[in-house]
Design a protein around this ligand. Structure first.
Ligand code: NAG
Ligand code: NAG
Length: 355
């Protein structure tokens, strides 16, 4: 369809959010590795070199780090467990001196393996499809670049700073300190950070890290019971702020992320959107009425993963997607709409309707 020139990708270190999903490598993604502060910094810089973009979706896809199934307790024990282990710890509740961050902080290098496709046909399919999506959205509702988005009028600006609650969810990864460092150095400060630990084997370490920060705005919320995919969104119902930013444990936001996201969320056009940085355009139905996997080789119907380094697909405008994954930025009011429809199951978070 569209024959427009592909806009060249802009590079702007400030605007970015790190994307550390090794989504091309499948689900077995944790490859823990001790790393030095230097490689940690390098990782931050690398992630900051990515282009920022915002993607909004009418549906949400909840991608959580795979949590292992718990051993099968008796149902009664399980219920007791649920209540016994639910606790919230803020700084005020700690009596002993907080642990030293230099001793407790762990880091993890998440390999940024960006597989590149060298299949000409696939590259052509994917890029043409992306161009088609852009062309139709450009005509339908307009797709703004980041400077255009930032030039739009927003109710959230330096005179009216929104209260942003950031919800982090941790299970096994060692990225909490890196995330908190990034959040503490944002151009627009956060209101609260809630660190959730549901059924995590690392609960003690995570708790110590939060205590180590000794910051009344950062709270640790843990439970022996795993509230699974909906848990963090249920917690989001309780925020007192204006906006909520829910982040996977492998997402390290760039310095201006809160500023950019809150600005866009404050515009009339996007106030009812969910914003994020990784998204999917769903597959198209094949002749046999099945939906092919995204990875299906040489399939034109397989849909898009955005951005997709495998096919050099960078995203430099706002793009509407079917699902967001890895991070979700939305108004606190909008969180309620997630629960309008009863989910078919709490075991997966996929196909949750936002509207
Ligand atoms: C977008 O609009 C232009 C100009 O009106 C038109 O030529 C083009 O075919 C449209 N593209 C799509 C994908 O609808
Ligand atoms: C923790 O923070 C409080 C208030 O900011 C401060 O008075 C106290 O000294 C801090 N504790 C440590 C061990 O840094």
């Amino acid at each position: 369809m569209g024959m427009l020139l592909r806009s060249s990708s802009m590079k702007s270190g400030e605007y970015l959010e790190g994307m550390m999903k090794d989504y091309m490598g499948g689900k077995s993604k944790s490859k823990p590795q001790k790393s030095t502060a230097t490689s940690n910094r390098l990782m931050m810089i690398l992630t900051c070199l990515q282009m920022l973009f915002a993607i909004y979706g009418t549906f949400l896809l909840f991608f959580m780090s795979p949590s292992l199934d718990k051993p099968d307790f008796l149902w009664a024990a399980r219920i007791a467990d649920k209540w016994r282990h639910f606790s919230v710890v803020g700084r005020s509740q700690t009596t002993a001196a907080p642990p030293l961050l230099s001793e407790i902080c762990e880091s993890e290098k998440i390999d940024f393996e960006q597989k590149k496709s060298n299949d000409e046909v696939m590259i052509k399919f994917k890029r043409e499809l992306y161009q088609e999506v852009l062309d139709s959205q450009r005509n339908r509702s307009g797709i703004e670049t980041l400077p255009e988005l930032m030039a739009m009028k927003s109710k959230w600006d330096s005179n009216n700073v929104p209260k942003i609650t950031v919800i982090l969810n941790h299970f096994k990864r060692k990225t909490l300190c890196t995330q908190l460092e990034s959040l503490l150095h944002q151009t627009v400060p956060f209101h609260h950070v809630w660190v959730l630990s549901f059924g995590s084997p690392n609960e003690q370490t995570l708790r110590s890290i939060v205590e180590g920060y000794n910051d009344t705005r950062i709270s640790f919320i843990s439970s022996g019971y795993d509230f699974k995919y909906y848990g963090r969104f249920q917690m989001a119902l309780q925020t007192t702020g204006d906006l909520v930013y829910i982040l996977d444990d492998d997402m390290i936001p760039g310095r201006k992320m809160l500023q950019i996201l809150s600005h866009v969320a404050g515009t009339k056009k996007y106030e009812n959107s969910v914003l994020g940085s990784i998204g999917r355009v769903l597959p198209f139905r094949q002749k046999d009425f099945l939906f092919p996997s995204y990875r299906k080789f040489r399939s034109k119907e397989a849909g898009l993963y955005l951005p997709d380094p495998a096919y050099d697909i960078a995203v430099d405008t706002i793009v509407q997607v079917d699902f967001l994954s890895s991070s979700w930025f939305l108004s606190s009011e909008l969180v309620k709409t997630l629960f309008i429809e009863t989910p078919m199951t709490f075991l997966t978070g996929e196909d949750l309707h936002l509207r």
